[in-house]
Write a protein that binds this ligand. Sequence first.
Ligand code: 3PG
Ligand code: MG
Length: 396
Amino acid sequence: MAVPDLDALLARGVRGQRVLVRADLNVPLADGAVADDTRVRASIPTLRRLLDAGARVVVASHLGRPKGQRAPALSLRPVAPRLAHLLGTGVSFCEECVGPAAAAAVEDLGPGQVLLLENLRFHPGETANDPDFARALAALCDVYVNDAFGTAHRAHASTAGVVPFVARAAAGDLLRTELAHLESVRHPERPLLVILGGAKVSDKLTVLEALAPHADVLAVGGAMAYTFLRARGEPVGDSLVEEERLEDARRVERAADEAGRRLLLPTDHVVARRPEAGAPSKVVARIPDGWCGVDIGPETARRYAEEAQRARTVFWNGPMGIFEIKDFARGTETVAEGVARSEGTTVVGGGDSLAAINGLGVGDRITHLSTGGGASLEFVQGLTLPGVAALEQARA
Ligand code: 3PG
Ligand code: MG
């Protein structure tokens, strides 16, 4: 079903209207300031268009997981100056996101002005998708725009629950662009290469199960790979292994096999005495006792990067090793270089994968950098995103 977009909304006009934009401004903070403004920048085009159209723009987001309590360290206040700088206009801030204080702040807003509301998750009603909280949000606006792709996989009050209570609603440009690019992974030009990393099979089990028979090649890295290797009966030393997932790993391998797809595992490894910076480390083909795997080896990294040259579509999510430790980041970096060199359509999501791409300065050689790690994984495995599904019922 079609989701109303910003074009349709603006065609009907928003001048003087109170437009609530649900953005994903869940950004890392350091020393009371925004440490990485990727998500703030990604929210600008939609806000810009609404402001140019004379809307009174109210921005709402979550930050972190404060569990329904006010947590000063997770205030969105530091995001306001960053937003103001990027928009080139003043942004006021309200310490509440619903109720009389928020209503008064919205009332003060003129056409072409922006208000940022406090962290939605300071209220338990947000993640509980409480209809009363959703109604309270709806009361602040005439029009609702969801541009929070990174949170579209959550059925929360501000992403899904609010929609039935507003007269007009639409997807923002970021949400629309993300979905369009991720569609090219769901319906790929083949061969499709999926590179999946991360620590745990359990975190990625549903995506592994969905993509093993869908991707022409599924290349596995990160600690997840050791569970797969152990399931094959290979030695893994002291590497992180989820014993209770061995059967799942075998099932994923069988699913790939039966569909005639290839599932690639590391054939060499960087191992260390301990998974810590400065610990003695070396490259091996078989992981010895007393050592643990901390990164894919150079040969494996080269193979995965070569697969990216052959693929027409590449989807990558998750680091190949303990990326935050410099000595164990080489595998992830080599894969990042390989994906950047690919001539195919390339889509990358997830914090560490993006950090590797940005650290190498090759972001402009990737077709699409997704602002949603979890959301993009759910979308490419064919799941319905609640934030998108809610908009299918809406009118612009
Ligand atoms: C994210 O960064 O994963 C999104 O902002 C969603 O946040 P969440 O995982 O805490 O729901
Ligand atoms: Mg998340």
